[in-house]
Write a protein that binds this ligand. Structure first.
Ligand code: HEC
Ligand code: HEC
Ligand code: HEC
Ligand code: HEC
Ligand code: HEC
Ligand code: HEC
Length: 410
């Protein structure tokens, strides 16, 4: 008995040390991979791609090789604590990404290992099938669906054009051949009455109409056109996405927020306190531009606006319909959502464009997927307990009523 307990303890000990040293991940266990995939898609995909593209944070490709498993476990549970402890790698990557705090995740070790396993398996899947890898790497954000539809739509257009060209060529050649044959027969052959009738008969449309081949072709073309139109409609839903109007002054976020690292709320002063983010007045520009580049023609436009006592007429990009209520401070200050999650990599944009679709589905999807930060807030204690007694899923924004119509509609 004692021997049995001893072996049990020993094997347990072995397995935990193996685990702590980053033993190989169970990539062959489909259950673990899919559990990891859903955790990843619900919590990480807004900021990380499984490939090497930077979204908000670094691409996850090769992360299991780059870092040890204990490091990854403590990073994902609480990256700020790891940074505060002075861990060299943690501080380095934090600085590299402009000190953007990654949210903490209250996951168990097993859950995190399943995420890492999913990342690992997505990598090997990408290596085996480059085409599948491309879609996996494109995973972040809402764009995937529309991109995929866009690609299919593009192919359909090409197929359509090719079909029409082939058809025209076919008809023309057939007509040429018949006329040549007709001439030949009329000139060189002695035709009896019956043959003569056939050779010189008028063009008979009903025959064409009855022909099976022609019918199938027409139906085929009809179907292709129909699919093409439907896909165009489907893409039209997010029609404002990507909207990037030319602004009256060539103001660059890449230069100001990117290279010169000016804080977003230096200009968008109310974004943490109120409903609206606010667009800076010309006076805020003058804090710097009374000195910097004063002679540049673009900066002269700011001076002119101030002289005439008229605001600069920036073209509005994001605009929800009046029926919807959206509040910035609720998301940025209370929810801790980064600007980039909704607005994309603004600090890299020369001209701002609308990154997210801003549809109702987009709002609600995020509310369903984002765990609510309830830590240290006694108000939530009972709600969370109640939730956990009924279901195993995380306590998300929508568990707290964030999908109720009245929250977003007056
Ligand atoms: C709101 C954005 C955001 C979310 C959500 C997010 N991360 Fe991060 N993550 C970051 C940023 C930004 C960094 C870069 C370091 C920094 O600035 O803190 C990072 C860094 C990392 C790193 C270190 C990468 C390296 O090369 O060392 C790992 C690992 C990581 N994240 C895993 C995850 C996992 C797993 C999830 C989901 C459970 C997740 N992250 C969710 C933003 C995010
Ligand atoms: C130096 C001032 C300044 C800083 C810093 C700045 N912005 Fe802006 N932002 C502007 C101005 C001016 C506009 C209006 C002109 C334009 O769209 O480019 C604007 C427009 C925007 C818009 C589009 C508003 C609309 O019309 O819908 C978004 C979104 C935005 N900023 C986000 C950010 C984020 C996120 C950051 C930080 C990474 C940031 N800004 C930093 C000045 C600034
Ligand atoms: C905190 C300081 C700061 C603020 C505030 C600021 N800028 Fe700038 N701006 C800069 C710096 C620094 C440069 C780069 C100058 C250089 O390239 O030498 C710059 C460059 C520019 C340029 C390019 C000028 C050129 O011809 O190269 C434009 C246009 C501009 N800013 C517009 C604005 C507008 C509009 C605002 C107000 C919404 C604004 N800036 C607010 C610091 C600021
Ligand atoms: C949860 C998503 C979300 C986050 C996070 C977010 N925004 Fe917005 N932002 C929006 C939406 C939606 C609108 C359109 C609001 C409207 O039309 O009423 C918007 C509009 C804006 C505008 C245009 C002016 C206005 O208030 O309508 C600016 C500027 C802006 N955001 C800046 C920022 C900055 C800076 C941050 C980070 C500090 C940020 N946003 C974070 C979703 C977000
Ligand atoms: C990137 C994720 C994300 C997106 C996109 C998003 N939200 Fe939210 N939203 C949150 C989070 C997180 C909270 C919870 C903040 C808190 O109270 O801690 C929240 C809370 C809210 C609340 C308050 C809910 C309550 O229970 O009091 C409203 C209202 C709201 N969001 C409206 C919107 C609207 C409208 C949109 C789309 C235009 C939107 N949100 C898009 C993440 C998001
Ligand atoms: C998290 C925020 C949110 C919640 C919850 C929400 N909506 Fe919306 N809703 C929006 C936004 C944002 C829009 C405008 C975006 C658009 O036009 O796609 C919208 C648009 C609509 C529209 C107009 C659609 C159109 O085509 O113009 C209707 C109707 C609507 N919502 C009904 C509802 C009903 C019913 C519920 C409850 C079951 C609900 N909404 C819950 C955010 C929300």
């Amino acid at each position: 008995m004692i021997a049995f307990l001893f072996t049990l303890a020993a094997s347990f000990g072995v397995s935990t040390t193996g685990f702590a040293q980053g033993a190989s991940l169970p990539v062959d266990d489909a259950g673990i991979v899919s559990a990891g995939e859903s955790l990843y898609k619900n919590n990480c995909v807004v900021c990380h791609s499984v490939g090497s593209d930077v979204v908000v944070g670094p691409g996850m490709k090769g992360v299991n090789e780059r870092r040890t498993q204990p490091w990854l476990l403590s990073w994902i549970k609480n990256s700020q604590a790891l940074i505060a402890s002075g861990d060299k790698d943690a501080v380095a990557i934090y600085n590299q990404f402009n000190k953007q705090a990654m949210p903490s995740f209250a996951f168990s070790d097993e859950e995190i290992v399943s995420i890492l396993t999913y990342i690992k398996s997505a990598e090997s899947a990408a290596a085996e099938a480059p085409a599948a890898g491309a879609t996996a790497a494109a995973a972040p954000g809402e764009n995937v669906g529309t991109d995929a539809i866009g690609a299919v739509g593009g192919y359909l257009d090409i197929i359509l054009v090719v079909l029409i060209v082939v058809l025209i060529v076919l008809v023309v050649t057939l007509l040429l051949i018949t006329s040549v044959l007709k001439n030949y027969l009329n000139k060189n052959k002695q035709l009896d009455e019956y043959d003569n009738e056939i050779v010189n008969q008028r063009f008979d449309f009903s025959k064409i109409y009855k022909s099976k081949a022609v019918r199938t072709l027409v139906v085929l073309i009809f179907v292709v056109v129909l699919i093409d139109l439907t896909l165009d409609k489907a893409m039209g839903i997010g029609i404002q996405q990507g909207y990037a109007p030319t602004q009256p002054i060539a103001f660059s976020h890449k230069l100001h927020a990117g290279e010169h690292q000016i804080d977003c709320n230096y200009c968008h002063t109310t974004v943490y306190e109120s409903k609206s983010a606010s667009i800076p007045s010309a006076n805020i520009c003058m804090n710097c531009h009374s000195q910097i580049k004063a002679e540049s023609p673009e900066i002269q436009k700011i001076y002119k606006a101030i002289e005439r006592n008229k605001p600069i007429e920036w073209v509005r990009i994001h605009n929800l319909p009046d029926l919807a209520y959206f509040n910035h401070s609720q998301h940025t200050q209370v929810g801790g959502v980064e600007c980039q999650t909704c607005h994309g990599p603004i600090q890299e944009m020369e001209v701002v464009s609308q990154y997210a679709p801003l549809t109702m589905a987009w709002c609600i999807d995020c509310h369903r997927e984002t765990p609510l930060n309830t830590e240290g807030n006694a108000y939530y204690d009972n709600l969370v307990k109640l939730h956990e007694s009924t279901t195993k899923s995380a306590f998300t924004v929508s568990s707290n009523g964030g999908a109720e119509c009245s929250k977003c509609h007056y």
